[in-house]
Design a protein around this ligand. Structure first.
Ligand code: 8DG
Length: 138
């Protein structure tokens, strides 16, 4: 629970899953908190948006793809120095286009079966998402 009066930042995170059992990580661009850290694509949900709408917008901006649908797998909260965030974590299995780093960020496809990602560091709140993903898909 956030401390009294601490605003909650609602965030949508979208785990792209491809047909070969891989998921996508992106590196946070310079200028953002935790620049250089790896994360699941996504971003803040704007007023009036559903989680799906936020993911459609964010993944179009960040990756240049149009997602067809999403499935929520968990909601998790994390208390960072810069914000208290609530992450709506979704799996995305179907999209149009080929993901590319539209904001100049690096992308990395990761093997689901690997013990841990081949890139680091990861945002602290990305770890529980990956744990959950493995639990669901195993
Ligand atoms: N996208 C994403 N955000 C995450 C993850 N884990 C995690 O703690 N976060 C946090 C970091 C940020 O505080 C927040 C996402 O905000 P952001 O800064 O990426 O969002 P944005 O693109 O809408 O930001 P802005 O520059 O437009 O303000 O959620 C993750 O795996 N993916």
């Amino acid at each position: 629970m956030p401390e009294l009066n601490r605003p909650v930042t609602e965030v949508a995170a979208g785990i792209l899953l491809d047909q070969d059992g891989r998921y996508l990580l992106g590196q946070r661009p310079a200028g953002k908190p935790y620049a250089g850290y790896w994360e699941v694509p996504g971003g803040k949900i704007e007023a009036g948006e559903t989680v799906f709408e936020a993911l459609q917008r964010e993944l179009q901006e960040e990756l240049g793809i149009l997602i067809d649908s999403c499935e929520e797998i968990m909601v998790l909260e994390h208390d960072y120095p810069h914000a208290y965030v609530r992450l709506h974590v979704n799996i995305i299995r179907s999209w149009q286009g080929e993901p590319r780093g539209c904001e100049g960020q690096q992308l990395s496809w990761q093997e689901l079966l690997a013990d841990k990602p081949s890139v680091e560091p990861l945002l602290p709140a990305a770890w529980p998402m990956l744990e959950k993903l493995k639990l669901i898909l195993n």
